[in-house]
Design a protein around this ligand. Sequence first.
Ligand SMILES: *Cc1c(COP(=O)(O)O)cnc(C)c1O
Length: 401
Amino acid sequence: MQVTREMFNEVMAPNYNPAGFIPVRGQGSRVWDQNGDEYIDFAGGIAVNVLGHCHPELVAALKEQGEKLWHLSNVFTNEPALRLAKKLTDATFAERVYFANSGAEANEAALKLARRYALDNFGEQKDQIISFKQGFHGRTFFTVTVGGQAAYSDGFGPKPGAVEHVDYNDLDALKAIISDRTCAVMMEPLQGEGGIISPTDEFVKGVRALCDQHNALLIFDEVQSGVGRTGELYAYMGLGVTPDILTTAKALGGGFPIGAMLTTAKIAESLKVGTHGSTYGGNPLACAVAERALDIVNTREVLDDVKRKEQVFRDGFAAINDKYHVFEEVRGKGLLLGGALNKDYQGRAREFLVAATEQKLMCLVAGANVVRFAPALNISDEDIKEGLARFERAVERVVNG
Ligand SMILES: *Cc1c(COP(=O)(O)O)cnc(C)c1O
């Protein structure tokens, strides 16, 4: 069958608007389309392909498990899931793991657990969930409601209740509405979709203190910031603040769908038999790939190299900006970086993305004013250099019309 981009409009629901070419093959941080054109990948499948495309060890893990056992349901447990859960608990504050298939599902589990934990331990009046404007937590109806972007949550009828939003990095605003009625505060420890916004030290520590003061659980959504992205295994490790519940997905499977919610033994008690579940969650195939990805990422060499590469990117963007003056600042941490456009280019992030695509570079946006980069953590210095050269040509095109 001859497959073309035009087919998308004929057979797919119109909720996406993909690029004009169809990628067919990837290796490391390079991708080829149907015409054999080669792209450098600074997008990483939206912070997912943490080890690039078709990493030989992930392919081996997939093949090995694919010939043993794919799926059982949670009527049975399995070895890869137990090994992965053991490694995640050994590597983090957490003592218990719930597996899901995506970030939204991990967050849905976290929010339901927070509500149930409050009900079990404090009573039904403790139901308020506080989260932050511009936050993103997924597209199920509960997670989109907790997320702080009306464009994603409105237009679907009545929303789940008792959800409040305040400005990120505004501790006083949180202080003003948090109370003993608050069951949880949910936040990204580095806002991704919302524009690559880091929390201030005072803010993130203040949020923790307010949660403690009011017996509210602190949920860190590390779906985008987790698994080495910031140069720590999880971003919380670099902030000096430990959450009560952490969600992880995206990079966890290195491109294979998986999500997880991590928490303490005490909080997990409220997820009693039958309270929550998933048919596929924790399936052996996903867990085998994720286990291998975690083994590779969670080493000092890989994590330290993320910090080194951050500087290579920052130096490259600074040199481009010296010439073309498009960014007000480059922000973010590790290999989750955002070029925030200055006042001359407000609202035009998409133009930079389109121009980059024309130069055979894949990148992302985070809102209308930020060009976002989330490459594989193991991207080679050569690919960074070539990608930056392509990005410079794209910037030149936008600037010179
Ligand atoms: C991508 C993302 C999600 C949603 O993950 P899905 O796998 O698309 O459901 C949730 N939270 C954050 C912070 C994300 O970046």
